[in-house]
Design a protein around this ligand. Structure first.
Ligand code: ATR
Length: 270
């Protein structure tokens, strides 16, 4: 079997991933296995897409029911959406689209996927978090945290970029929750530290985005990188007595949420 499925009957509902490049994506194998395990007659295909306009003509012909969206289309797909969830608007990126009677709805499973591995801790004792980085990944994490009522301080190499992030997300921060920038993360009381930059990712495994930061015993330290399994940043945190989480459960979490959305498509509106 290729991509985790074998043979088409012609009656399957079609899903897939659009992006470029797409050859190394693990998504087809994951989603086809989910369909199989749940006895769902769906098929999930990799589509190498450079031109979105052409692709959406094809998508109508194939009656595609849902798609994962990856690089370089997460931000450029907006003109093709007929509606979008608040998360997509806030994060400015869309990683999932679902076919509805009136057209395509965009959603983003990165934010709930990010929360999945820390959900039980958030219910207990996380009042405030320190987030390292202010790029696209940071936006999903910060949106997820503040909408759960967790106050966030952001530290970033380029302060202006952090200011832009705060400005964009301010509208989604509930009353009583704080979203601010910090230049001195040491002085903060943060039960959770989240690392969202690409520093420390393979092959540049020796890099640390906040080398001077002294972790405190008992902090939960979450690096959204999963390769390597333990970045330099996480290694330092572990040595200091912190509980560490890498990016793998987030990756699986967002895929699992996406899979549920796809399967709902088949039990619901046809
Ligand atoms: P992504 O979408 O993966 O988050 P991005 O939008 O390019 O990627 O954001 C990358 C993040 O990593 C930013 O916070 C960036 O800091 P700047 O805003 O100062 O650029 C951070 N980053 C990248 N390289 C860095 C480096 N060498 N030192 C410190 N931070 C770095």
């Amino acid at each position: 079997s290729v991509y985790g499925f074998s043979g088409l009957r012609g009656s399957e509902d079609v899903f897939g991933i659009i992006g470029s490049p797409i050859g190394h994506s693990k998504s087809p194998e994951y989603h086809n296995r989910q369909f199989r395990e749940h006895g769902i007659p769906g098929v999930y295909l990799p589509f190498l897409v450079n031109d979105l306009e052409d692709f959406f003509i094809l998508a109508e012909t194939l009656t595609i029911r849902g798609l994962s969206v990856t690089v370089p289309h997460k931000q450029t797909i907006f003109p093709y959406l007929d509606s979008m969830d608040e998360s997509v608007q806030a994060i400015g990126a869309c990683n999932t689209i679902l076919r509805e009677p009136r057209g395509w709805r965009g959603t983003n499973t990165d934010a709930p996927g990010f929360l999945a591995p820390i959900a039980s801790r958030l219910d207990r004792n996380v009042g405030s978090a320190l987030v390292v980085g202010a790029g696209g990944a940071a936006r999903a994490c910060v949106y997820a945290l503040v909408t759960r009522g967790i106050s966030v301080h952001i530290v970033n190499r380029t302060r202006r970029r952090a200011e832009e992030l705060v400005k964009t997300l301010k509208a989604y921060v509930p009353r009583g929750t704080e979203l601010a920038i910090t230049d001195e993360p040491e002085g903060l009381e943060a039960q959770l530290v989240v690392q969202t930059t690409s520093l420390g990712m393979s092959p540049r495994i020796n890099e640390d985005p906040l080398p001077g930061y002294a972790f405190r015993k008992g902090q939960v330290v979450y690096d959204i990188i999963y390769s390597p399994a333990k970045t330099r940043f996480l290694q330092r945190a572990e040595k200091a007595g912190c509980e560490v989480i890498n990016g793998w459960p987030m990756f699986i979490g967002q895929a699992a949420i996406q899979s549920r959305l796809f399967m709902n498509q088949l039990s619901g509106n046809r």
